[in-house]
Design a protein around this ligand. Sequence first.
Ligand code: 4NP
Length: 157
Amino acid sequence: MISILFVCLGNICRSPMAEFVMKDLLKKHGLSDRVQVASAATSTWEIGNPVHHGTKNKLAEHGISCKGKTARLLIREDYTAYDYIIGMEQSNMTDMLEIVGGDPQGKLSLLLDWTGERRAIADPWYTHNFEATWQDVLRGCNALLKHIAEQNDWKLR
Ligand code: 4NP
C-alpha cells in the first residue's frame, strides 16, 4: 500500500482539497485499494475543525464529498507512516522539515513540483478563489498519480 499525506498550514482549505481530489482520481482509475491518502496541518490553529466551506463547495461542484474530515496536526511519526508527504507552498516545506525533523528518505515535496512547475498552489485564504486552487490541485494530483503509476507499472484508465 502506497500512502500520501498532503500538508498545508490549516488543513481546512488546500490540503483537504488535495486529499479528496486524489481519492476521487484513484477511485476513477480503480486504484483506491492501492493508495491511502490523508491530510494534515503544520499549525494548531484549525485542529478539529471541518473543511472550509469554500473547499467543501468546490469539491461538491465536482460530486466529491469530504464528509467527516476534520483538521489534524502533522506529527513526527507521520514521516515513517507515509511514503509521500506533500506541501502546498514553500513555507509548508520549512514547517514540515521542522516537525518531522529532516528528510533523509526524500519523502517531502511540494504538489506542483510533480508538474515541473516551481510555484505554490493558489491559496484561497485571502482571495476566496477556490476555483484557482481547484485547478492547481487537479494538475498536481494528476501529475503525482502519473508518477506513482509509472513507478509501479500500473496502467491508468
Ligand atoms: P489552508 O488555509 O492552510 O489551506 O487550510 C488556511 C487556513 C487557516 C489559516 C490560513 C490558511 N489561518 O490563518 O488560520
